[in-house]
Design a protein around this ligand. Structure first.
Ligand code: FMN
Length: 319
């Protein structure tokens, strides 16, 4: 998610679940090919498994960007066919590609030829006045025939005229049944459902119909929920028994980043929801906001913030 799931966020989330697949923010092919690759694509080895999401619609550029991503060590390359922003429409990629399944198929084909890691597509159920029954099937069949290994479906339309990107994440109604029908129509294709799923119990209910669940805002705003992912879905204990233990384990990473000149706030801004509804959570947040943003703020600020809050155990996260 743009501006949210940067490398620091992903390292934090990886301390909460070893197994969930993490995704980068969308990076455009132009940025990958011409930009500062180390800054845009660099990630910490602890983040695996991690997927790189690309935005673009030129098969040759996508193939090159996918190859660069695979060379960086990403475990999956994902193509964005769901982002509704104007900036993205001008570049003819993102959600507007729902209207061009043949072009998206050429993109997937080119990416598949360029890399050995899985190539996946994240899409909507349709855009504007498209009939989702037709549009989603057309897109899905085209990209699967071209080799897409997995399809992630944000279970609502994007309305490209008249709604902001933010409104496009809430206003078009969710239609989970449409995604379930896609799975029934294409039983051999791994289908991941996304959109409005707020916790572990809801995720479990979806798994009766599809192969996986992608959490966006819930994972970011309530990262503590991720502590339940490994025990509930992967039959393994969480990496740490409590949120405070996860932070303790993250301190070498934070120290290393601070030594490289990263500001503490760039990392701790992702911790805001860590202790949601736990006694002292507000004091934790306030301490980080007041002291973590100061130039030169160090690990002591995080330790002092943590000292203000009760701990959060794994057991609560499954609720
Ligand atoms: C701040 C923000 C940035 C986002 N950036 C991306 C993005 O870069 N690529 C993408 O595929 N989806 C992006 N999304 C959409 C989410 O991945 C997800 O599809 C959407 O929020 C619905 O799922 P949720 O209800 O679990 O959040 C973004 C969402 C938010 C809130």
């Amino acid at each position: 998610m743009m501006d949210w799931t940067d490398r620091h966020c992903r390292v934090f989330h990886r301390h909460l679940t070893r197994h969930a697949l993490l995704y980068t923010e969308m990076v455009t092919t132009g940025a990958v090919i011409h930009g500062d690759r180390a800054r845009l694509l660099g990630f910490d080895a602890s983040e695996h498994p991690v997927a790189l999401q690309l935005g673009g619609s030129d098969p040759r550029e996508l193939a090159l960007a996918a190859q660069i991503g695979a060379d960086f060590g990403y475990d999956e390359i994902n193509l964005n066919v769901g982002c509704p922003s104007d900036r993205v429409q001008d570049g003819r990629f993102g959600a507007c590609l729902m209207a061009e399944p043949a072009l998206v198929a050429s993109c997937v084909d080119a990416m598949k030829r360029a890399v050995r890691v899985p190539v996946t597509v994240k899409c909507r159920i349709g855009i504007d006045d498209q009939d989702p029954e037709v549009a989603l099937d057309a897109l899905a069949r085209a990209v699967v025939a071209a080799g897409s290994d997995v399809l992630i479906v944000h279970a609502r339309k994007a309305w490209l005229n008249g709604l902001s990107p933010k409104e496009n994440r809430d206003i078009p109604p969710l239609d989970y049944d449409r995604v379930y029908r896609l799975k029934r129509a294409m039983p051999d294709v791994p289908i991941i459902i996304n959109g409005g799923i707020s916790g572990i119990e809801e995720a479990k209910a979806h798994l009766a119909h599809v192969d996986g669940v992608m959490l966006g805002r819930a994972a970011y705003h309530d990262p503590w929920r991720l502590l339940a992912v490994d025990p509930e879905f992967f039959g393994e204990a969480a990496p740490h028994a409590t949120m405070q233990a996860a932070f303790e384990a993250m301190t070498p990473y934070i120290a290393e980043q601070l030594a490289r000149g990263t500001r503490l706030h760039a990392i701790t801004r992702h911790f805001v929801g860590a202790f949601h509804a736990v006694p002292g959570a507000r004091a934790f947040r306030r301490h980080l906001a007041e002291h973590g943003t100061r130039p030169g703020a160090g690990l002591d600020v995080l330790r002092d913030a943590i000292a203000r809050v009760s701990d959060r155990a794994v057991a609560e996260a499954a609720e």
